[in-house]
Design a binder for this molecule. Structure first.
Ligand SMILES: [Zn+2]
Length: 463
């Protein structure tokens, strides 16, 4: 079906202009002022609305095993919630189990998404083992459109890999053009701090944050960037949380090193105080790296504004409070690590960024859509409003008032990290490959309509 979006204001990372958008066969066919309606076209009136590229969330964990349980959203509920918030593409993480080939993980994650995803999705591969055929497997993954790999410097004995493995993986990307994403925290030091805390009987949620100091993050960021620099390749730091870590990225970028980093709404808007809530409530805010003292927040906003940070993603990894977070009632190390956020990213960054004067409208579009598309090899298919791009669009109502709450959100989780937050600005109509999947608070999409997207190696991080 062909569609004409009229009377809106088109907002991209580069410009803001009054323009209509014509969609044909799922792609953008024409952008310009005063486009004439053609027979058979459906017309969407976007008067008073921004027409922006749909959000791209480059960091989600749907249907993910962790500590004996699974993240609460699967590919259907998670992508539907994403769509409600104006996100039209996600990049989720497949996890290579130690001693197995990456191919098995890719097949397993395709199966999780098949028949369920309501929006398009790509996959990163989490590398836990480069023994045997690991380096060839990386090349094979790139051929399948898995153009990025994540390695952990934290979680010893579970996901953590040593520096030799990280350096080998980084070096391999010089050949295959993939991008290495790093979870940067010094896991060995953190494990000692955790053991000490437990020995002293410190088992409450707050100790999750107190045993993972910002310096352990900054040290690992520094080391990751240094290894990438030695290998002569770009590197991307996931979920950066602190001023200390940000300084490492900025210092490297100032020297011309292609280091990239994302942060998440929770680090911009919540602080370590949440973990000290009475009773076990703090467990709702247990994820890694942890929330920091609130002094870090303005530094992260500044980092976004000045391009020391390039992307805001969510690290969406929901666990229900009642029956999952509770596993750590007597021991904070047993609290499943993760929080829900896939639905609220654009609302929060628009309200607390654009409305608050911290970000321009174009910078907002860039950090939630265009930059992740570029960095992760989706551009210009995704993250752009231009002839030939996929018609993945959010028609954004800048005046819509919305109160975030677990009572009304669409994520399959029994609490919100942003309960009661009042925002102005929300997605009114969401279009994925030309199909209206959300309109006026109603879901019109279908499970299984989302496609796997092959991503190109040597994306924007390599330029
Ligand atoms: Zn994550």
């Amino acid at each position: 079906m062909n569609t004409l979006i009229r009377n809106g204001t088109v907002v991209t990372a580069r410009e803001t202009k009054a323009a209509d958008v014509r969609i044909e066969d799922g792609r953008i066919q024409e952008v310009g002022a005063g486009l004439a309606e053609r027979p058979g076209e459906s017309v969407i009136d976007a008067t008073g609305m921004y027409v922006m590229p749909g959000g791209i969330d480059a960091h989600t964990h749907l249907d993910m095993p962790f500590g004996g349980t699974m993240s609460a959203d699967d590919f259907e509920t998670g992508t539907r919630a994403a769509a409600f918030g104006g996100t039209t593409t996600i990049v989720d993480f497949a996890i290579q189990a130690r001693g197995t080939r990456m191919r098995e993980a890719l097949d397993a994650w395709w199966k999780k998404a098949e028949g369920r995803a309501t929006i398009d999705y790509g996959l990163h591969m989490i590398v836990t083992d480069l023994g045997g055929a690991g380096l060839e497997d990386m090349d094979g993954m790139v051929d399948e459109g898995v153009a990025s790999f994540k390695l952990f410097m934290a979680y010893p004995n579970v996901l953590m890999v040593d520096d030799a493995t990280i350096f080998k993986a980084l070096s391999q990307t010089a050949k295959n053009g993939a991008l290495i994403c790093m979870h940067a925290e010094n896991g060995s030091v953190i494990d000692v701090l955790i053991a000490r805390a437990l020995a002293e009987g410190k088992t409450a949620p707050i100790y999750h944050a107190l045993t993972r100091p910002a310096l352990a993050e900054a040290e690992a960021v520094h080391r990751a960037i240094a290894m990438a620099e030695i290998a002569g390749v770009p590197v991307y730091i996931v979920h950066l949380t602190s001023e200390d870590a940000l300084n490492q990225v900025r210092e490297a970028r100032d020297r011309g090193v292609p280091a990239f980093a994302e942060t998440c709404p929770q680090y911009l808007l919540l602080s370590i105080d949440e973990l000290a809530r009475p009773g076990f409530e703090g467990a709702k805010f247990v994820f890694t790296p942890p929330l920091r003292p609130k002094e870090h927040q303005p530094k992260l906003w500044e980092g976004l504004k000045h391009d020391h940070l390039q992307v805001v993603s969510t690290d969406h990894c929901p666990f229900c409070f009642a029956d999952q977070k509770i596993l750590g009632k007597d021991d904070f190390t047993k609290i499943p690590n993760g929080g829900p956020g896939i639905e609220n990213r654009l609302q929060l960054i628009y309200h607390f960024g654009v409305n608050a004067g911290k970000l321009s409208l174009n910078r907002f579009v860039e950090i939630v859509s265009t930059a992740p598309a570029q960095i992760f090899g989706l551009y210009p298919k995704k993250g752009e409003i231009a002839v030939g791009s996929d018609a993945d669009l959010a028609i954004w109502d800048p005046n819509a008032a919305y109160t975030i709450s677990a009572r009304t959100h669409h994520m399959r989780v029994d609490y919100s990290m942003f309960e009661g937050f009042e925002v102005r600005g929300n997605a009114r109509t969401v279009i994925s490959r030309g199909e209206t999947i959300v309109d006026g608070g109603k879901f019109l999409g279908k499970a299984g309509r989302g496609n796997y997207v092959k991503r190109a190696a040597r994306g924007g991080a390599w330029k």
